[in-house]
Structure formats: C-alpha cells, structure tokens
Design a protein around this ligand. Structure first.
Ligand SMILES: Cc1cc2nc3c(=O)[nH]c(=O)nc-3n(C[C@H](O)[C@H](O)[C@H](O)COP(=O)(O)OP(=O)(O)OC[C@H]3O[C@@H](n4cnc5c(N)ncnc54)[C@H](O)[C@@H]3O)c2cc1C
Length: 504
C-alpha cells in the first residue's frame, strides 16, 4: 500500500501566507520576542490520579484551562514556513488557530480548525501529534519541547461545544446529486460533512446501530467520551447528512443496488474491522478474545456499566494482552478497570519499537499495567471445561530490521515458560473488511484485502467510486482516514458538479 509523499498544495500555501500577513498576526508576533516565548514551559495537561482512574471509566485528561491554553499558545513562534501544517495530514492552519487562542478568541479558533478538520474535539484527543505536527514544530527545535498543538486543538473545540455556540457553516446551493457513503467511521463522516457543505445529498450507510466506527466501538470512554462523538454526529445531521444505521452494504443492499436507486457517487470507508490471530493452539478457548470483540463488548455494548447493561463479558483476574499498539493499550487499560489484579502487555519486540502513542503507554504504566517485552505466546492452555488457564510463551531477541524498518524479533530456543492467565486479548492488528470487495464486481483489491486507489485522488478502479481510511490503508489512524476523506471529497465534489444541477 504505497502512498504519495505529502506536499502542501499551491492553494494551501497561498492560504497560509495570507493569514500570516494579517495585521493582527503581525502585531501579536511583535508583542513578545521569540526568545521570551522559548522560556515559557509547556503547560501540563491536568489528569485524574492514576490510582483513582484505573478503577473507573471517566476521562483521564481533563483539558487545559483558558489561562493555560493562552500561555501555551504564546509558545508558538508563528514561524513563516509553518512546518506543523505539513506535518498534519489534513493541513490544518495550525499557527492561525493557535494565535487566535493567544488572542483570547477561542470560538474563532474553533471555527478556524473546522475549516479543514470536521472532528477537532476528537483529533485533539486521539491523534498521534507527537509523530506529526508536534514532531516538526519549530519550538521543539528551539527549546526541545514542542507546542502542545493537540491539547490546544482539544481546548478550542471543547470551548465551542461546551458553550453551545457551534456556528453552522453556510451550505452551497443544493445540487440534487445523491452520494452514498459506506461506513460511519472518521473517514465516512468527514466525506459526508464536506459533501453536505458542498450542497450534495449525502446518505451514510452504517452496519452498526450507531455512528462513529472505531471511535465508538474501539476507543474507550476514558480516552474519548461518547458525548463528544455524539455532538459531532449531531453536527453532521444538522448539515443535512442522512444516517441509515443497521444497514450492511453488500448484504442489506449492494453498491449496484444503491446505484440503481439513484446514487451517483460512492465513498467506501468500511474500515479494518477483521481481527488478526496468531494461528497458534488454544486461540479458540473460552476466555481468548480478539481485541475487536473485547472492546466492542466493553465500549459499544457497555459491559463496563454492569448491571445497568447486562452485556455478557468474562472478567479476568489475570489478563494478558498480546500486542503493542493503541488497540493493545486500550484493551489492557480496560481489563484493569474491570477489576484485573494482574493486567499485562506481552509484546514481541522492545519498548523502542512499540507503535502505541507515548501518552497511552505512559498512562498505562501509571495505572499499574505491567509490560513484558521480547516475548510472545506459543500456545494457550485450557482446563477441562475448555476455558483458558495458562499460556506458554517464548522469549525473543532482536535481529535485523524487517520490511517495517523495525528490528525483527527472533525466538530464543529453549526459553519457553508457562504463565497462569484466565483472560487473553489478541491485539495484533486488524485487516480490511472483505464484504465490499466480495460484493462489488470490478472493484480492484490489493493483496492485503485493501481497496486499491490512486493515492492522488483516492479514486478506485470503478468510475464514480472513491475509498479511504482503514479499508485502503489497513489499521492506520483517525487523521490519516480523515486526510483521505478530504482529498476524496474534493474529487467527488468536482465530479458531481461536472454533472450539473439535477432538475426536479
Ligand atoms: C482500539 C483502537 C484504538 C485506536 N486508537 C487510535 C488513536 O488513539 N489514535 C488514532 O489516530 N487512531 C487510533 N486507532 C485507529 C483509528 O481508529 C482508525 O484508523 C480509524 O477509525 C479508521 O477510520 P475509518 O473511518 O477508515 O474506519 P472505522 O473507524 O473502522 O469505521 C468503519 C465503519 O464502517 C462500518 N462498516 C464496515 N463494513 C460496512 C458495510 N459493509 N456496510 C456499512 N457499514 C460498514 C463499520 O461498522 C464502521 O462503523 C485505533 C483503533 C482501534 C481499533
């Protein structure tokens, strides 16, 4: 799944330059010399104490105060080349929104964010800013510590939502053209928002009974409260987007059926919801879950809120989570909150190679999660009733880098050991959902079960069908899914407008 290297478009460059030259921005820059800005400490995100939060599901991060946000915004040097914008997959005009916060114009900052990112309260919480916009921040080069761009994004979006001052954008005149979006995750919701604003009639078809994709069934309440997602979905409804829930495209109706119903452009955003397994003995024992099922039961079906919700859920005392990504962190932190005495990450490489966000690893460590590096299970052992009671693991050492660039784990002969466990969660990756490929003749698929696209346009092999997010990339990130969606939406808009306004 190769991808085009990102560059700012000529339009983005012109937009940033025009903002940079605005008189209020010039004045603000003059109001404090850069050397004084570098002396301001990065403002810490207030967090709930680890020994309290690891027993409940309330949000861990509490958000910056207005005063802290303004101080943090002063740390931005407002540099002319704005590398942070290039580091952002949706090219948010970061310096402009940050400087609006410095000025105290918090709602204007939120509006600025929404020009390019329809889900800022979500991105401010879950994006890996440390490896994107914050990684290339000029303040990081100047002082060693980047501007807390993600925390500021969250602050502005929360400020706007909590004060009920969400301003609806002006919609383009209705074109009468019908768009079908498959899947209501971040990619599908982003396309829906952009095309509704452009005047098209958008319907999102979602297999589950609620919208949000991984944001609702995967990422836990303590990282992303569901009320925030609900507000974002409500915003889309107010833009005129229709949501058809419990609708499995490929089963309830195929894309060809929908075309016959008058849909003229399609965006496939059905994600990567198919769990991967290791294919080792004992994976089908009772008590061995895929992370997808485990998290879906806890989050979407609210097993954590027992007895208000009576979703069946095995609660382990000794829980091993296999994997080292965000999915593994969410699973293990859930297990701890559900009452595990021992909850551990079993990861086959070392801490350095672990793909989870630094903040998630740090929070998990604080909450009492154990990390066992350089080991992997070889089999799970059941009791006479078929329930998992132990796992056999093998120790690893790191060899040469593999195709991912990370050092390959090499098993150490004779290092097997057995560990008692009563619940295991497999969090070793997800693959794209196969249904759309299987039910859409002519849709070219890649070798990993992903939909093949032209990365410059996100167009698929079928004219009038675009795709983006995890169905194209495999398990990736929210902001990359949204970046694909924005690119596709611009192309789809052009295509629909080229058809002209529909009469009647
Ligand atoms: C537990 C977990 C934690 C994560 N944490 C982070 C994080 O902290 N930061 C980050 O950036 N990323 C994170 N990710 C990755 C991120 O959530 C995904 O990359 C992102 O959600 C992909 O968006 P998407 O819209 O492509 O797909 P999804 O979010 O998967 O949405 C796809 C939607 O399509 C629906 N669908 C599937 N098939 C059909 C069909 N045939 N008909 C109708 N609907 C269908 C699904 O039900 C789903 O609602 C995490 C992922 C997981 C699983």
């Amino acid at each position: 799944m190769s991808e085009e290297k990102k560059e700012l478009s000529a339009e983005d460059k012109a937009r940033l330059k025009a903002q940079f030259d605005l008189p209020w921005r010039q004045e603000l820059r003059k109001s404090m010399p850069a050397k004084d800005r570098t002396k301001i400490q990065r403002q810490k995100m207030p967090e709930r104490p680890a020994d309290v939060r690891n027993a409940d599901f309330l949000e861990v991060n509490q958000g910056l105060s207005a005063q802290a946000a303004q101080l943090e915004a002063k740390r931005c040097l407002d540099c002319p080349n704005s590398p942070c914008v290039l580091g952002c997959p949706v090219s948010i005009d970061i310096p402009s929104f940050v400087k609006l916060i410095e000025k105290g114009e918090f709602e204007a900052a939120a509006r600025k964010l929404k020009e390019t990112n329809s889900l800022p309260a979500i991105c401010g919480r879950v994006c890996p800013q440390e490896s994107q916009c914050e990684a290339v921040c000029t303040m990081k080069r100047a002082s060693g510590v980047s501007v807390a761009i993600g925390n500021l994004e969250r602050f502005a979006a929360d400020y706007e939502r909590e004060r009920g001052k969400v301003v609806m954008p002006r919609l383009s005149p209705a074109t009468g053209r019908k768009v079908a979006v498959v899947g209501a995750g971040p990619a599908g919701l982003t396309v829906a928002g952009d095309l509704a604003k452009a005047g098209h009639q958008v319907t999102v078809f979602e297999a589950l009974h609620t919208a949000g994709g991984v944001l609702v069934y995967g990422i836990p309440e303590f990282r992303l409260p569901k009320r925030i997602l609900k507000a974002e979905v409500e915003y889309l409804r107010r833009l005129g987007v229709e949501l058809r829930l419990n609708f499995v495209v490929g089963r309830t109706a195929t894309m060809e059926d929908l075309k016959a119903q008058g849909y003229e452009a399609f965006f496939v955003a059905s994600g990567a919801g198919l769990p991967n397994f290791m294919k080792i003995p004992g994976e089908n024992l009772v008590g061995v879950y895929s992370a997808n099922e485990y998290l879906t039961r806890v989050n979407l079906m609210k097993a954590y809120d027992f007895p208000n919700y009576d979703t069946p859920m095995l609660v382990g005392r000794k829980v091993a989570v296999i994997g080292g990504g965000n999915v593994a962190m969410d699973s293990v932190r859930n297990a701890k909150r559900l009452g595990a005495e021992w909850a551990a990450i079993i990861y086959r490489r070392s801490a350095q190679e672990m793909p989870a966000r630094a903040e998630e690893i740090h929070h998990a460590e604080e909450e009492g999660i154990e990390f066992h590096y350089l080991q992997a299970p070889t089999k799970f052992i059941g009791d006479e009733s078929g329930r998992v009671q132990a796992m056999e693991c093998l120790k690893m050492e790191l060899g040469e880098p593999d195709a991912s660039g990370r050092r390959r784990p090499v098993p150490m002969k004779g290092s097997e050991y057995v560990k008692e466990v009563d619940l295991v969660v497999m969090a070793i990756g997800q693959s794209p959902n196969p249904l759309i490929g299987q039910t859409t003749p002519g849709l070219k698929m890649g070798k990993w079960g992903n939909v093949d696209v032209d990365w410059k346009t996100m167009a698929t092999s079928i004219p009038g069908v675009w795709a983006g997010g995890d169905i194209v990339r495999g398990g990736a990130t929210v902001i990359l899914a949204m970046g694909d969606a924005r690119l596709a939406a611009a192309q789809m808009d052009q295509h629909l407008k080229s058809l002209g306004k529909k009469q009647g």
